[in-house]
Design a protein around this ligand. Sequence first.
Ligand SMILES: C[C@@]1(CC(=O)O)c2cc3[nH]c(cc4nc(cc5[nH]c(cc(n2)[C@H]1CCC(=O)O)[C@@](C)(CC(=O)O)[C@@H]5CCC(=O)O)C(CC(=O)O)=C4CCC(=O)O)c(CCC(=O)O)c3CC(=O)O
Ligand SMILES: NC(=O)C1=CN([C@@H]2O[C@H](COP(=O)(O)OP(=O)(O)OC[C@H]3O[C@@H](n4cnc5c(N)ncnc54)[C@H](O)[C@@H]3O)[C@@H](O)[C@H]2O)C=CC1
Length: 213
Amino acid sequence: MIPLLHDFSGSRVLVFGGGPVGARKARRFAREAEVVVVSPSFADADFGDATRKRAAPDPAEVPDWIDRIEPALVVAATDDSEVNAAVEDAARERGLLVNRADHSGERAPGSVVLPAMARSDPVVVGVSTQGHAPAVSAVLRDEIDAQLDGAGELATFVGALRDRLDERDIDSRDRRDVLAAVAASESIRTRLAEGETDRAHDGVEKLLRKTKA
Ligand SMILES: C[C@@]1(CC(=O)O)c2cc3[nH]c(cc4nc(cc5[nH]c(cc(n2)[C@H]1CCC(=O)O)[C@@](C)(CC(=O)O)[C@@H]5CCC(=O)O)C(CC(=O)O)=C4CCC(=O)O)c(CCC(=O)O)c3CC(=O)O
Ligand SMILES: NC(=O)C1=CN([C@@H]2O[C@H](COP(=O)(O)OP(=O)(O)OC[C@H]3O[C@@H](n4cnc5c(N)ncnc54)[C@H](O)[C@@H]3O)[C@@H](O)[C@H]2O)C=CC1
């Protein structure tokens, strides 16, 4: 399996199953997609901004739900494996992305796994065991999360620096060297994490003088 980032803004996601797992998936996707959760009952959990529809479709009724909602991705998170299988089949027939929450290990071709995630926007890290051991993904995610201090600020800062360098007369090799040096600079990252943006800019100027840019 290959990790990809997919932008779901403007898309719909349909979740079958309103238990804790359906809620977790709904919350995740509701950050940017319009999410609908179909279930006969809903756990006392945070579903983000998802719309809840109370219904218990049997396997034969699943395709109709998908055709009505027109999602880009479908999640099968019920506790009924026949319903989950019908969700997977109907999604696949329609060429939609499908995440099946009740399967691990060997995956059907074309299936989607949700990784454990650590974020320091705009930096995002996903960890997966390709379905084999989700608890391991969660532990590794916690370890990575502890290392992300200042990562988001650094990415935002270096992104803006790229634009500023485009306005300077700097050759492309020097540009790359400066960006790599700033990205790797512990002191600039620490200053940014502490909100000392001016001092981070001083650090950049020092590096630029070294490359005579
Ligand atoms: C294949 C996958 C499908 C998918 O994409 O959903 C899947 C499948 C299954 N999970 C099961 C169990 C658990 N899942 C978790 C936790 C998480 N599971 C997540 C993802 C995935 N789980 C995908 C693979 C990810 C990868 O590649 O590593 C995370 C990372 C992301 C998320 O779900 O958002 C999230 C961490 C969230 C976070 O902390 O952020 C815990 C730990 C806990 O709850 O504390 C347990 C109990 C311990 C255990 O059993 O290992 C079971 C058995 C159910 C049963 O037997 O009842 C199945 C089905 C099966 O094994 O058949
Ligand atoms: N991916 C993951 O991280 C995990 C996956 N699982 C798997 O995911 C499944 C769901 O986990 P939980 O939320 O903990 O289970 P749960 O049993 O608490 O919730 C299942 C939900 O599905 C609903 N449901 C039942 N029939 C339905 C139908 N025909 N249509 C729509 N909804 C229906 C139920 O009303 C309930 O709200 C489990 O059966 C298990 O196989 C379990 C733990 C973690």
